[in-house]
Write a protein of this length. Structure first.
Length: 190
């Protein structure tokens, strides 16, 4: 069994057990043999990646990132993953669209503006604190919405779609949460 890191480069890490289970349908069982990360451009499937293909094809990065939940808790975790932008470039989709819509295996949806994605090194993570992401935390992949409220992060990432639908609102955003989800702003729309 893999042993979870408690610190990295002198920084104390939160235990993965500190995450609260707050997904819309509970932890998902993903059959990795059938799993594909799908990339769509304006509704058309452009590329599919198997789990191992993501791990082996792209350069890996490790970063300590804090997730801030609107419920008032936060966790500081060492994430390892690949840059979302590297995956998009490899899939040869056009980056002329305005937003990226993300869907999890459980049907959860959220989005990020293209400019935010282009100006930040957003990770598609597969490890947390030195171990493979547990199913409760989003195996096989978690999209790390760094510098955004936690509802912009997505567990069990399955689909990425480039779109011009500026009016798209994800699961929580359609329930009144801010679509920008900037940490320095209220998380409810006014």
């Amino acid at each position: 069994m893999e042993k979870e890191l408690k610190e990295f480069n002198g920084v104390k890490l939160s235990s993965l057990s500190e995450f609260r289970e707050n997904s819309i349908k509970g932890p998902q069982d993903v059959n990795i043999e059938n799993y594909r990360l799908e990339i769509y451009e304006n509704g058309v499937l452009k590329k599919e990646y198997e789990y191992d293909e993501i791990l082996n094809k792209f350069e890996s990065q490790k970063r300590i990132i804090t997730l801030f939940c609107v419920e008032g808790w936060d966790t500081k975790v060492l994430y390892e993953g690949v840059k979302l932008l590297d995956v998009l470039k490899d899939s040869q989709v056009s980056l002329d669209y305005k937003i990226l819509i993300f869907t999890g295996v459980d049907g959860y949806k959220t989005s990020l503006e293209k400019d935010f994605v282009l100006n930040n090194e957003i990770l598609i993570a597969y490890n947390m604190n030195g171990i493979k992401i547990p199913k409760e935390n989003g195996f096989p992949f978690v999209l790390i919405g760094e510098n955004k409220w936690g509802y912009k992060w997505i567990k069990w990432l399955q689909k990425i779609e480039l779109s011009d639908d500026e009016y798209f609102r994800g699961y929580w955003e359609s329930r009144g949460y801010s679509n920008s989800a900037n940490l320095n702003e209220p998380f409810f729309e006014r």
